[in-house]
Design a binder for this molecule. Structure first.
Ligand code: AHG
Ligand code: MN
Ligand code: MN
Ligand code: MN
Length: 332
């Protein structure tokens, strides 16, 4: 009986974006085009990642980025691919990238959008065939079109995001995004070269039994973080930590759980970057019914004052994040 066959639902990402646009009769379609540009770059990066063991694009690039990290060749390649796609697309005037100290002015002075991007997340996992990702955040510019994007355009709080998403290059490649109206996930079909809607309207479980944190730094965690981690153990939660934020986040989003990158002595503001790691995932998690906090406030309400600024982050199922907040209150 054909109904018993698990045939793919058959909605491509392009068609889905187009349909969504029809819900907004006055939309000009520029945001739709921008999302398609990102999806195209993701396909190209996916191809590079898939063959990285065969050609010489794994390993270190021999340069240090503004974060003081040794760039991997794929960090550089992914950065070039996404910037090129956004520049060619024409909708984006200015890009903030993890791999570039200064903003990138695309030259598209009529572009209405600003993109903040972590082109390749989980660099330390590239060479060992473990899931990695891309994270992006989209803002509407506030300055009038006709000139370059300004500092004010680039340093908007997370609540102003118009869209955000990530790509996880895992056992299959997926693109997950929100435009503030729910979260949808698409799985890449490599032989067709298309993303298909596979996870419509993702809702994260209200609670879960997974906690994800790099406990190597536990000697210098705050009292609140230490107590919350002890609580997770008392509850017999499973510890899961890949070391690629996107992959850790994606697993917890679907299964329920909490991901934490707290402040420590080594990283007094935590490690993860507000503009292109914390904010986009916070937008997605809230749209899926979850929560994200720095321990002091909602991630999306943090006022950015620097493009590469960091923030501690506790993100995931709402009940677990609320529990963490109770423990973290003692640090404030
Ligand atoms: P990136 O590879 O983009 O620099 O991000 C690295 C981040 C993130 O992916 C991951 O969750 C975290 O660093 C892991 O840090 P630790 O090795 O300190 O746990
Ligand atoms: Mn990095
Ligand atoms: Mn990252
Ligand atoms: Mn990165």
């Amino acid at each position: 009986h054909p109904d018993k066959l698990a045939l793919p639902v058959g909605t491509t990402l392009d068609r889905f974006i187009m349909r969504k646009q029809e819900d907004f009769p006055y939309a000009t379609g520029e945001l739709s085009q921008l999302l398609r540009d990102i999806a195209l770059a993701a396909k190209i990066v996916n191809r590079e990642i898939n063959r990285s063991g065969l050609i010489d694009i794994a390993g270190a690039y021999g340069n240090r980025n503004v974060q003081g990290e040794d760039q991997q060749k794929l960090d550089v390649i992914a950065n070039i691919r996404f910037i090129r796609a956004l520049r060619n697309g024409g909708e984006v005037c200015t890009i903030i990238s993890e791999e570039d100290e200064e903003v990138i002015q695309t030259g598209n002075v009529q572009g209405k959008y600003i993109v903040a991007i972590d082109p390749l997340d989980g660099s330390s996992n590239i060479d060992v065939n473990v899931s990695i990702g891309t994270i992006f955040s989209i803002y509407r510019r506030v300055s009038p079109t006709g000139g370059e994007g300004t500092r004010q355009d680039c340093l908007q709080t997370g609540t102003h995001q118009v869209a955000a998403g990530y790509v996880v290059y895992g056992s299959s490649t997926m693109l997950v995004y929100t435009t503030g109206n729910g979260v949808n996930g698409f799985t890449y079909e490599p032989s067709l070269g298309e993303f298909f809607l596979s996870h419509p309207n993702i809702q994260t479980p209200a609670t879960g039994a997974i906690y994800s944190i790099n406990e190597g730094a536990s000697a210098t965690f705050s009292a609140g973080t230490t107590a919350f981690v002890a609580y997770c153990k008392e509850q017999n939660y499973s510890a899961r930590y890949i070391g690629s934020l996107v992959a850790d986040f994606h697993r917890n989003l679907l299964k329920g759980g909490i991901y934490m990158y707290p402040a420590s002595a080594k990283a007094p503001q935590g490690k993860l970057r507000l503009m292109y790691e914390c904010n986009p995932l916070a937008f997605i998690v809230e749209q899926a019914g979850g929560k994200a906090t720095s321990g002091r406030c909602r991630i999306l309400e943090i006022e950015p004052h620097e493009m590469h600024q960091r923030s501690p982050v506790f993100i995931g199922s709402s009940e677990l994040v609320e529990k963490a907040e109770q423990f973290l209150a003692q640090d404030n």
